[in-house]
Design a binder for this molecule. Sequence first.
Ligand code: SF4
Ligand code: SF4
Length: 343
Amino acid sequence: MSYILNQEASEAFFNELKKTYTIYAPKRIEKAGRYSDTDLIQYGEVQSFAEIVFDKKSTFPMKEVINPIQQTLFYYTEEEFRESSGPKKKILCFGRPCDINAQKIQARIYDGKGGFVDPYYKRLEDVISYVLMECPQDSDSCFCVSMNTNKTDNYVFAIKQTHDGLKIAVKDDHFEPYLQGAPITDYTASFPESNDLSLVVPEIPSKEIQNELKKHDVWKQFNSRCISCGACTIGCSTCTCFTTRDIVYSENSKAGERRRVSASCQVPGFDQMAMQKEFRSTAGDRIRYRVMHKFHDYDARFHEGHMCVGCGRCSDRCPAFIEITSTVSKMAAAIEDIKAKGE
Ligand code: SF4
Ligand code: SF4
């Protein structure tokens, strides 16, 4: 069933939801943006519908709710340790179709489908449900349609902001009682059918061409452009790598906490091994690794489509204006170049 709620009824609905759920959504953090006097749109706990930003793509992805940039795993003393506590309530998380689809990729890595169950991820995943925010297609860096991530059915209800309230299409009957008595409407969720930007991901037809591609000069142009800051991976909806850091308390150096902290394959030292051995020592090597991972290697391993959901946040975040779709198009040209030379 679908409902229409005015402002007052929307907030009453929200207050009822808050009794059972912690609610996360994109919210505005004023003057915290990258440039002076710009705002940051970031996921966080919200206390009212009025706080939720519907009309702007969040600067950072939804993954921060379930896989935060830093997270305490356990606290320790010299004699014992105690695991950090998990969520106290069920979670409702508001997101656009690409954001919700990106969680499938996070789950592939963390919840056992890749062969290993991460308990810190799992305890959040077990209590989270998604609310679909109808996408107003406000960003010219999105290419979700090309990546087949423009639609999802993984949500409990869909929501659209109107000039004086909300339209809601309930998918999970559990939420019907919250809306009993509200005016009924014929609203159904709609999804983006096209983007300004499109991408055709090239096939890599053989292992030989894949190996040649790794050595191709196309990657060298990034040695002088990419500053290896890692902003693209921190902003990425689907990057999952992390490292650990021990925070030692100053009052007792034998006690502290171990945190999981996001890590970036774009930063020097990410792949450093014993004897300072590195496999990807230039920025070009690191971009090649990231792009092939997102647009070939993940699909080659899991056979479920590519790892990129087309959110465009890596392009938005890059201070060197390295744009992901044009980088993939350069890779496509390099594949054609290799094929032509082999003929
Ligand atoms: S690679 Fe870029 S466009 Fe793709 S999911 Fe990551 S941030 Fe989004
Ligand atoms: S591609 Fe851009 S955002 Fe990513 S590491 Fe290089 S300069 Fe930073």
